[in-house]
Ligand binder design. Structure first.
Ligand code: ZN
Length: 152
């Protein structure tokens, strides 16, 4: 997927030519033409082809993160740029506050370390992860004892 600078840079009340839109988003003109082909609306009755800033912003917003919402048992892998299940269905949980902490797992695809902030309540929903080791936070050593959930 071609990355662009983001819809926040688009002035929604401005009209852009293909070239101006490309410059605004820091992409090639060909990329903008591809967007037009992929559903970015243009004022086609006009030549040269003009794009409404509002349409461009909406289009960029809608194509941002397609299906990148992680399921409870998934973390976002920054190497794959996609939600991935934990390798071996295992993850570690490090408490940060009384109510939430950091879930750490290896990407099932590329074994990159993945992090996710989760609440203790959400931990109960992690059916896809079979083994969760609860570690104590570095500054809580001696207060929270290591515990295991779903260990079977
Ligand atoms: Zn990965």
């Amino acid at each position: 997927m071609v990355w662009s600078k983001g819809w926040r840079l688009v002035k929604i009340h401005q009209t852009y030519s293909v070239e101006e839109a490309a410059r605004n988003q820091g992409v090639a003109k060909g990329t903008v033409r591809l967007w037009l082909k992929n559903g970015l609306p243009a004022l086609n009755e006009r030549r040269p082809c003009l794009i409404l800033g509002g349409d461009l912003a909406d289009f960029l917003k809608s194509r941002k993160k397609p299906k990148q919402t992680c399921k409870p048992e998934e973390c976002f892998c920054f190497k794959c740029r996609a939600p991935r299940e934990a390798a071996f269905g295992e993850a570690e949980f490090i408490p940060i506050t009384q109510t939430n902490g950091q879930l750490i797992a290896l990407c099932g695809q590329c074994t990159t370390l993945m992090h996710k902030r989760v609440s203790l309540a959400a931990l109960q929903l992690l059916e896809g992860i079979r083994l969760i080791t609860i570690k104590q936070a570095p500054d809580r050593i001696g207060i929270i004892r290591p515990t295991r959930l779903n260990d079977n």
